[in-house]
Design a protein around this ligand. Sequence first.
Ligand code: CA
Ligand code: CA
Length: 299
Amino acid sequence: MIVLSRSRRVFAFDGDSEPALSVRAGASVRLETADCFDGQVQAQDDVLDALDWDRVNPATGPVYVEGARPGDVLSVLVESVDFGHQGVMAVAQGFGVLSEAFPEQLHRIVPIEDGTARIADGVAVPLRPMIGVIGVAPAGAPVSTASPGRHGGNLDTRLITVGTTVYLPVAHEGALFAAGDLHAAMGDGEICGTGVEVSGSIAVRVDVRSDLRIEEPVLETRDLVVTIASAETLDAAAETATRHMAALLTQRMGISLEVAVMLMSAGGDVQVSQIVDPLRTARFALPKSTIAGLGGELL
Ligand code: CA
Ligand code: CA
């Protein structure tokens, strides 16, 4: 498999950046990724105060995908996620919910063993690996890898894990895909601003869909189709994700808006991805089983 080293990492999704690698549509590529602190916190006595906060949430890339053109959709199947035996979590003022309670920045090195992340003695959380940052170059100005948006980016959506396909709207030739910010575990909300942050690697298969039109990220898991949106408020993000799902249903499944919203209201779920990034991220999750009787393909 083609491997891209973590030395090729970026701190913004940018249509003007030079590709680190060019691959054919349908190729699999392994991205080696740095953790959200860019490896600056490795030990319990590393000082978080000395952190260079311009070096957060690096993404490895960008990968130029041949044949991807503006208006297309890049589909990214997550084939595997790997990481080592140590993660890090942190709390700090201005960083996450309850941050006012922490005048000093604190961090913990979190051992990963026996399928759990050990946060403190007697406090172990089951591993739930996921990808925090995944995206393509946005239309318009570059976007920091700390922020989510229509291009993807720091979506911090725990459904982005092995087996999930992420659909991203292409705004530039080649899409300029990048990903990073692995978490060994993260809950919906990511309330303290960090999951169990790990370096590692991500293997994906990238493909180009010219038959699909989306304006915001969409996910497909084994059981769900999920629209994702980010906005200043969680309310606005949830409403945009909901509108996007309704549009997909009416455009792709040939049902009326009336039936779509009733179906979504009765059988779908508004969910929270994260409430700590520069924009908030929400999603609308629709079980595939609710539309199985319609025939046709939502994606
Ligand atoms: Ca993140
Ligand atoms: Ca993170």
